[in-house]
Design a protein around this ligand. Sequence first.
Ligand SMILES: Cc1cc2nc3c(=O)[nH]c(=O)nc-3n(C[C@H](O)[C@H](O)[C@H](O)COP(=O)(O)OP(=O)(O)OC[C@H]3O[C@@H](n4cnc5c(N)ncnc54)[C@H](O)[C@@H]3O)c2cc1C
Length: 523
Amino acid sequence: MDLDDNTGFALARRPIWEAASPKPDFPALAAEIDVDVAIIGGGITGITTAALLAQSNLRVAVLEAAQIGSGTTGHSTGNLYATVDQNLHKLSAKWGELKTRQVVDSRRRAVDLIESLVHQHNVQCGFSRQPWTLYSMNADPTANNTIEHEYQAAMRFGLQARISNDLPVPYPVHKALIVSNQAQFHPLSYVRQLASAIRSGRCEIYEMSPVTDVDEDIGLIKTLQGRVRAQHIVMATHTPLGISLLHTELGVYREYAVAAPLHEAQLSGGIFWSAGPEKHSTRLVEIDGTPHVLIIGGKHKTGQKEDAQAEYLKLEAVLRRNFNSGDVAYRWSAQQYRPADSLPYIGRMTAGSRLLHATGFAADGLTYGTVAAMMIADEINGVSNPYAELYTPRRFNPMKAAPTFIKENLNIASYYVKDYLKAPEAKEISEVARGEGRIVEVSGNKLAVYRDEAYQLHVVSPVCTHMKCLVHFNQAERTWDCPCHGSRFSVEGTVLEGPALSGLKKLALPEEPMKPGEGTVSE
Ligand SMILES: Cc1cc2nc3c(=O)[nH]c(=O)nc-3n(C[C@H](O)[C@H](O)[C@H](O)COP(=O)(O)OP(=O)(O)OC[C@H]3O[C@@H](n4cnc5c(N)ncnc54)[C@H](O)[C@@H]3O)c2cc1C
């Protein structure tokens, strides 16, 4: 295991994008304000929606729990494409040619919008037009059939596609689909600079302002220190906050990333997706003039992986096998929400509601989040949008959603029941080693116990405040993750992401230090 020599703990996790993106400062909301539109969440969806609405004569406020771009946007790969993660040929088998064509059109327009916002606001985020590729490394029939079917689909939907075995990567490629004129950028610089550019007296942006309550009926939002009254509320939090029917339609997954400096020019600009059982997304990122290779993969359901740390090690092995690089300098992970019927949910759940949703983007949300911003801005401005029906959250498609819907919800139900019935991971707090988190049963009560580097104990309730499932410890990130709907909490119980509106209850226990050297990080 790749551990820091001094502490025995895993190396720091930090997305590569933070290395080259100065952080703007926005205040926390500490007053009561009245706006036309309140946008909850300052990722690409929230900031793009604000950018579009700022052009209308509306008063807008963005409420961000942490920092602009600090959610999945700032932990993504920064690839922009009209194709989709689940493959166009599969989408068209499910939704038909007409609707899949609309998906491609909407996504193509979103990439064009990002390009025009970059120029309009002089955003320095390395936006460039690049090819999107899907390749195999050997004659594996499944991977090569996928590439062939995707090629046929790309051609049918008007994308500039061709087949080749010549990619600018340092390893052998058997067959590749190349779609031209897609794009790449630096996602964190994009949202941070866009947010700075649109900030004005009529477009207020607040950081460190977690929303703790939303009363949709009267249009009142409470944050830790402030309140907002709004005609329209945009839920741009990646997954809806609080209880929502939409959660039953979303599967929640974590995915991992590693990046290392390259010793020589081995990779050009472009989006490189491997087809086959082990799916990876690879790209080049320049940081202060040094080329880095970035690899993403290792997707698994949130809160349901015993050894999440192993995913970093697997990615690092891929990186070392395929590239002549320095040590891994950045590693991080992030969350995605996969919709049961393969299309995102954008718009109002009920006609006339003041709440607008934007979720279910899977791994395609830099583009889908921008599609959502365009649709929501149109909806609020009373302009009809050609994709409103396609992505409406009011759609009900049992035939298209059923297999995934049933699988995901059975999975949640099984965790709910299993976790309450199963034996605790430890019976004594002393069994929790340094760097470990375990569910311990004390006097019949289950406790979530973490012992930090200084041997201090952090004890919280393991009951997720969202829908009362039991959280699991995520060893790779030192967090408590809920296997049901993806709420994640720090070892202190603070909400990190997901639908939960309040933290895990802190519990007091007598401090119980271990002797130095006693206990190790479990590997
Ligand atoms: C590893 C990985 C790589 C990816 N790469 C790509 C890619 O290359 N291309 C692509 O198109 N998509 C990619 N995606 C998907 C894409 O990054 C996301 O779908 C997209 O960034 C979502 O944007 P968002 O603004 O909706 O959500 P986020 O960026 O997550 O923003 C939501 C914001 O809401 C805030 N928030 C949450 N709760 C509250 C609260 N209570 N009060 C106030 N604010 C709150 C959060 O702090 C956060 O900043 C990737 C996903 C993963 C996991």
